[in-house]
Design a protein around this ligand. Sequence first.
Ligand SMILES: [Zn+2]
Length: 230
Amino acid sequence: MNRTLSNWLQALEHLLLPPVPLCGLCGERARLPVGACKSCLDSLAISWRKREVQGYQCFSLFPYQGYGRDLVHRMKFQSGYEIAVTLGLFLGLAAREEPALAKVDILVPMPLSPGRLEIRGFNQAALLADNIKGVWKRPVSSCVLRTRETKSQSGLSLIERKRNVQGAFALLPGFDLRHRTCLIVDDVITSGHTFLAIAKLIEDYGGKPMGIFAARTEILSRSDLHAEKL
Ligand SMILES: [Zn+2]
């Protein structure tokens, strides 16, 4: 068969049998309309949860363990653009159905320090927010920025976590947050200290903070909660 005919037949085949879109999480199996395959959805053990962090309402999609933890790691450290797109879609669909979030005015992605942004090439929280916006029409506002580099929170004690992020964020001039419900978006909530640092900043400027996260660690123990108040 000559080359032109072969190319033509291949094009015809694609037209008649378009390639099946693959799962946005594993990239291996055919995706369901929700963007991921059944196997990934089962492994994630999705369970929409509400948690109050010092009086602020926070929502999350799956436990930060097993497959969910692997996914978050791949999204952050292996240029997981497709993963962020898919998890953002999940979060948008869940947020759209959550009555407590109906009053949200803007999405505020957790900012990344310029140093880490340069290394990673993208901010996973901003990607999540952009894709939440894709299905749940709320504007994304990058009104909060990091004013200094902070250490990674993992491996720090609760008190160290609090100190690490205290005063590390600022509101950009020109943004009016008064009476606006701001949904802080991030990949994972652990001790909640980073979320609290931004929530308090937003509140200082008259806004009403809430939070949405792809993954969560389980509720902290009593002694952890005591330490967190220090
Ligand atoms: Zn999959």
